[in-house]
Ligand binder design. Sequence first.
Ligand SMILES: Cc1cc2nc3c(=O)[nH]c(=O)nc-3n(C[C@H](O)[C@H](O)[C@H](O)COP(=O)(O)OP(=O)(O)OC[C@H]3O[C@@H](n4cnc5c(N)ncnc54)[C@H](O)[C@@H]3O)c2cc1C
Length: 180
Amino acid sequence: MSNSISVLVIGAGPAGMMAAGIAADAGGNAVLLERNPRVGRKLLITGKGRCNLTNACEIPELIAHIPSNGRFLYSAFHRFSSQDTICFFEEHGVPTKIERGNRVFPQSDKAVDVVDAMHRFVKKSGCKLLHGRAKSLIIEGNSIKGVVTEEGKKIFADSVIIACGGVSYPGTGSTGDGYE
Ligand SMILES: Cc1cc2nc3c(=O)[nH]c(=O)nc-3n(C[C@H](O)[C@H](O)[C@H](O)COP(=O)(O)OP(=O)(O)OC[C@H]3O[C@@H](n4cnc5c(N)ncnc54)[C@H](O)[C@@H]3O)c2cc1C
């Protein structure tokens, strides 16, 4: 059996943890690369530390509240709806509650419980977590073959998922590397 990495995910925010966990659950040899010593730092401060993890409403209503081009998200929400999000967290040990405006929070009011649940999901999936900052991509022809870290280490993979987040609150590690 080959030890080669099938999916390398850059960034252990909610997007990266979900992508890496799902890939490993599906049988892939998945690796998650995070620059911070701990995962989900931005997630920790969401919803004023309570994490408004989704909205308990139907897909058309969700789409209607997205400021621009919400229709782009139809297929994603059809594959994984807000109800799926609630079930995911309930199954991973985070009971939820619904507040005014259908906003869904962990019953504990602690975003850290959401981060810990995602971290457990990643670990249980068998995905390997590496610490380091992806500096550049290894590109051959038209294909991305892996990444080079800040320390110059090369990590090769069949597929690379960039989940480095945006640029708000750069102190959390999301400094816009993905855009570059
Ligand atoms: C104050 C605040 C409150 C919010 N509240 C809510 C809320 O209540 N509900 C809600 O749904 N959303 C909320 N959001 C938005 C939410 O935080 C983001 O939508 C979400 O974190 C995006 O997830 P992500 O995985 O795409 O990126 P991020 O959470 O930004 O994660 C990206 C990860 O990639 C890592 N990374 C970046 N560059 C590299 C690199 N070169 N190499 C390796 N790792 C790298 C980062 O360290 C980070 O861990 C809030 C945002 C803020 C700032």
